[in-house]
Design a protein around this ligand. Sequence first.
Ligand code: CP3
Length: 353
Amino acid sequence: MLQSEAPVRAGMNDRLLRACRTEATDCTPVWFMRQAGRYQPEYRALRQRHSLLALCQTPELAAQVTLLPVERLGVDAAILFADITLPLAGLGAPFNLVEGVGPVIERPVRSAADLQTLRRFEPERDVPYVLETIRLVRRAAPVPLIGFAGAPFTLASYLIEGRGSKELLQTKRLLFGAPDVWHDLMTRLTDMTLAYLAAQVQAGCQAVQVFDSWVGALAPADYEASVAPHMHRLFDGLRPLGVPVIHFGTGSTGLLRLMAQAGGDVIGVDWRVRLADAWTQIGRRAIQGNLDPAVLLAPFAAVEHAARRILAEAGGRPGHIFNLGHGVLPETPPDHLRRLVDVVHEHRMTTSQ
Ligand code: CP3
């Protein structure tokens, strides 16, 4: 049995886990993607002394960074401090995390021959520091710990492009032009993600999120043919872990039905869709989102207004997890996030259903 031994400690705030299962909660749970990051003065101070990779690879520091937003903001979940690229080195694709750019892959993978240089990912050998961070956080966290991984498509886009890209042209060239190579790569990345998330749950994560951040670049028919089969296998393989799975994408308004069909107990949506419309599309399951992170740059009255609109769209139905539609921006005033948590927690529906 891979499920972590003590999924919820006595007295632990389990709102998030209840909402994932569409059970009623006393108030809407809230956490933020990138709740640990450069908007925090404490994080910026740590980053002056350590590289991002060093922070991720030093369990004591990574655990400290994971817990900081829980203490400061009062959110209902901790998210492991790591990066989606960390397992790629173990797969045989070394990378750097470059300041202001993000992941840069040393040798992009674009051909059948390139694929032959990859090897099998083994979590205990390749990312022991991530598993140790999870154990440390679990000892101290008063809220559930979310583990995460990049989805195969989003990871493939980094491996193929070599770095972040708007158009994903090299990725699409391979997907459309060399389907055998594409499916071979996606199969390997799905295997890696399954092994990685299973190890995270075994180490103590109580929920996991799959980030398909760049999948919105695809037409629905191409998602169906080139990505969905791998996502079905991924979610089928995650089910036996026994923890809720959050399936997140951005720019994915046209893909929501297909993403929900592929799997996930919770579907994460960005701000380009009304929460209520997205919920209609995904049917009877939990939803996460979907405040535009840029709203937090405005005076707090605008933040509160936008948050209340989203809460009204959720209408008090069980199974809404409040989050941003994407990560916290570095320019965000920390106090806005703290006050936003209070607004969400104090919100009560005037009409019940
Ligand atoms: O608090 C948390 O959310 C946990 C930490 C976390 C990081 N990366 C740390 C990080 C998480 C969940 C990620 C996931 C991740 N990494 C994704 C999926 C989520 C998303 O944003 O769509 C992606 C696409 C990446 C790849 C990546 N890493 C990018 C695009 C960047 C940004 C480049 C930049 O400078 O803005 C990174 C760097 C990165 N990973 C930072 C953090 C906190 C930036 C801060 C720093 O340099 O210290």
